[in-house]
Design a protein around this ligand. Structure first.
Ligand SMILES: Cc1cc2nc3c(=O)[nH]c(=O)nc-3n(C[C@H](O)[C@H](O)[C@H](O)COP(=O)(O)OP(=O)(O)OC[C@H]3O[C@@H](n4cnc5c(N)ncnc54)[C@H](O)[C@@H]3O)c2cc1C
Length: 481
């Protein structure tokens, strides 16, 4: 199989035995691992193995327990010019946590405490290694909602969510992770520690560094504490599972939900027939009308049962008027859990089910989704690949994916052509490369498809200002940084 070969040589300091001794002195012996197996495991994320011809192995994996330890470690790494790649749970889909230049992989898994739930200010303060679902659970126990809901939430860490500005299933109503972030404690490249933002809802004092750091993919600083916004928890939730005869009818219906239905659902998710088949096989389960051309999942929520019933009846009628084959109402926890288990497992099923896959993450203005989906079919036919499409259709963020079932030697060339075609199409439609998975190592060579030279130069200058020695996750987002 032909794979992309990345060769990017940079002069970095060496991790000599003396340097390792210093690191052990900062972190303690137990928090520093040279174990080859561990270094392997912590050198990948969920981008399929074999995506790159070369593997990028760290020299050491470290497990700091405090901000102070990270500060001392970065001061040392900066002085000796040793690369540091921060890592959350490694569920990333863009190669962000891969140590391109070796050096130190910094796992946040031991910084996994929920520090405070402040009901008066509706905030929760957490360390970066807390699993996303734990935050949802802690908020729910207090009758509150943490709105971040990536499909990987049972495994991903909140630090990784913030660093990727992760999206997920509730963006249409609540925005991406960044919209819930009020403040960040960050260790900068030289080891200094600072707070951006606070428990305040407004702030125009200087630049908005909180939302520059959210989505910076570990290239500008290490996030060590996070203050998240909470909301009152809606007490009633209903999911509608709506099969349509084909993709065109399903995607054309989506804008009607808000325009004619006059509600903003918590989620509007889309799965085409191949995505349904894939996940049914993967979970050995069957969804109602599994043979339909496409399905929408529409989640509505509220506090008053009558109002909610009115809303879902109205949306249900609209569905039928716009070509739905059926409307299934899931209003109890068991049925809803089964439905969302299936929706959340599609990504996993793709990674498991194919020899090679390009799990893509493009985003377009919502009105352009119908054309995007038609173009997706054209692109798969033009380039001779199979397509599987699903995603967060309510916010125009579609996982348009190209897959093959049997190995073929020209896969990477084919994929490159198909992806450039996709990205050019997306740009023409007013969209961009990634809505939530990030650029990382996987998409950096495509940045010039959607960004002009002025923007790319500015990214480099911002990186230079934060990290003049280029030690923080070097080589990500744009090449040669
Ligand atoms: C099955 C599946 C479903 C998914 N569904 C979604 C989805 O619905 N929505 C979505 O947005 N994503 C989704 N993802 C992608 C992934 O889960 C997210 O990008 C997630 O935010 C990554 O979190 P992580 O803890 O695994 O981070 P990692 O993969 O470990 O790291 C991601 C990036 O964050 C950086 N980083 C991690 N921690 C820190 C820190 N403390 N400070 C600075 N930088 C840091 C890393 O250097 C890297 O660049 C899915 C992935 C899988 C495998």
């Amino acid at each position: 199989m032909s794979t992309e070969h990345i060769s990017e040589k940079r002069a970095y300091g060496q991790l000599t035995e003396e340097v390792l001794e210093e690191i052990r002195g900062i972190l303690g012996e137990k928090n520093v691992s040279l174990d080859p197996e561990k270094r392997q495991t912590y050198s990948f994320d969920q981008v399929p193995r074999g995506h790159w011809e070369n593997t990028f192995l760290s020299d050491v994996v470290v497990f700091p327990e405090t901000t102070e330890q990270i500060a001392a470690l970065l001061a040392l790494a900066n002085r000796l010019r040793i690369p540091v790649t921060p890592r959350g749970a490694g569920t990333g889909l863009s190669g962000g946590a891969i140590p391109l230049h070796g050096g130190i992989v910094l796992s946040t898994e031991k910084m996994n405490r929920i520090l405070e739930l402040d009901e008066d200010n509706l905030t929760i303060t957490v360390e970066p290694g807390v699993v996303t679902a734990e935050i949802t659970k802690a908020a729910r126990t207090a009758g509150l909602l943490y709105a971040g809901d990536p499909c990987s939430g049972d495994a991903s860490f909140i630090g990784g969510n913030v660093a990727e500005n992760a999206g997920g299933n509730k963006v249409v109503k609540y925005g991406s992770t960044g919209a819930s972030v009020l403040a960040l404690e960050v260790v900068l490249a030289d080891g200094s520690v600072t707070w951006f933002g606070g428990k305040r809802r407004k702030d125009v004092t200087g630049y908005d560094f909180v939302h520059l750091l959210a989505g910076s993919e570990g290239t500008l600083g290490i996030i060590t504490k996070i203050i998240l916004r909470l909301l009152p928890l809606p007490t009633k939730v209903v999911d509608l599972l709506v099969p349509f005869p084909d993709t065109d009818t399903a995607v054309a219906f989506v804008p009607r939900i808000m325009i004619e239905g006059k509600v903003i659902p918590a989620s509007i998710e889309f799965l085409d027939r191949s995505a349904i088949r894939l996940v049914e096989d993967y979970l050995s389960t069957r969804l109602p009308h599994g043979n339909a051309g496409a399905h929408l999942i529409i989640q509505l929520e509220g506090n008053d049962p009558e109002t909610l019933a009115d809303e879902y009846e109205r949306i249900g009628e609209l569905c039928f008027r716009h070509g739905a084959m059926e409307v299934f109402v899931a209003d109890n926890r068991n049925v809803r859990d089964k439905l969302w288990k299936a929706r959340k497992a599609v990504g996993e099923a793709m990674v498991a089910g194919f020899v090679q896959s390009a799990l893509e993450d493009v985003v377009v203005p919502t009105s352009a989704v119908p054309e995007l989906m038609r173009e997706a079919t054209r692109i798969t036919e033009t380039h001779g690949v199979e397509g599987i499409n699903f995603g967060h259709i309510g916010d125009g963020n579609m996982h348009v994916n190209f897959v093959i079932r049997k190995p073929r030697s020209d896969w990477h060339e084919v994929m490159d052509r198909a992806l450039r075609d996709l990205y050019r199409t997306v740009r023409r439609l007013g969209g961009t490369l990634s809505g939530e998975h990030g650029i990382g190592l996987k998409r950096r060579k495509y940045m010039e498809e959607v960004m002009d030279t002025a923007q790319i130069a500015l990214i480099r200058r911002v990186k230079q200002a934060f990290d003049p020695n280029n030690i923080l996750n070097p080589g990500k987002i744009v090449p040669d940084v």
